[in-house]
Ligand binder design. Sequence first.
Ligand SMILES: *Cc1c(COP(=O)(O)O)cnc(C)c1O
Length: 367
Amino acid sequence: MTHPFLDLAPLSAARFAAVEDRVARLLGTAQDVVIMQGEALLPLEGAIRGTAGPGTTALNVITGPYGQTFGDWLRDCGARVIDLTVPFHTAVTAEQIREAFAEHPEIDFVSLVHAEAATGNTNPVAEIGEVVREHGALFYLDAVASIGAEPVLPDAWGVDLCVIGAQKAMGGPAGVSAVSVSERAWARMAANPGAPRRSYLSLLDWRERWIEGGRRALPHAPAQLEMLALEACVERIEAEGPEVVMARHRGAALATRAGAVALGGGLEPYVHEERDAAPVATTLRTPAGVEASEVVARALASDAALPLAAGGGALAKEMIRVNHYGKDATAGAVRGSLAALGAALAEKGLTVDVEAALRAVDDTITA
Ligand SMILES: *Cc1c(COP(=O)(O)O)cnc(C)c1O
């Protein structure tokens, strides 16, 4: 019996290289792109362990939960870490990065999350990249939540290590991920005695065993199901047009903000300024005394397919996440989410105007 997932032929080296080239095109990069056989945490951790060590002074920007994780890895590598924590309702500015360099000129590594699906903000990477380049530091970027939802341009922005995953705006699998690696980043790794080698975390192993061999022989059997799914999702983005896909995400984000304001009931965009709000997902703040996780549970009880979640950890009290990414970057998903949230708030006795919210969504998306 044939089954779409089973009895797959091994993925050839040529096909693997072609998927890497396709991802490089999506990123507009001439750097090496390494596709790693695991969820995005694999290249995120591998890139830090490869480049950071006891001699490193890292500026670690925290605009959400992932920044905290990066700081832990950096400290574990022996790096000196300067955390720059920014309130989750805003974004970091290039000026704040400039001030950090002025105070600590020894900074030689900067880690940043581009967009945060978990907190709904997005950071001005192009402007920050200019500052990082002026100081010659290595620039590490988590673009997992931004790729597909907004431009991600490692070469134009001077990003040395740019990590993406397919599971957010690309609508793809979570089991493979990719990182673009600049010449400077390779040099830093080669000079780092602590960089993982003979390890699943090792980017240097991939360089030695895959790239330097002309990408003719794979070091081990790739996860072919995920590779095929990654290829299919990049192909789909190319067919729809990356600009169109990004415009859908931007439209869904703007419509969610406008709709939430029109809905009332005390719901507010969590990220204060529109320019700081991520196209990939929109976070909303519930009014005092109204538990976000309870509102989300009620809304999901009416339709479990809606892209709604409460914030993680302590944020579950006050943050609602509208994950309007991938197939949910549509007016329909936003309308459904706001209508269900409106009904849940009304059940709690709050005054809402669902009709006004839906009108605001339609006006924003067709505008
Ligand atoms: C989703 C996401 C990842 C991937 O992590 P998961 O916990 O597996 O979803 C990494 N970084 C960012 C910024 C993300 O939004």
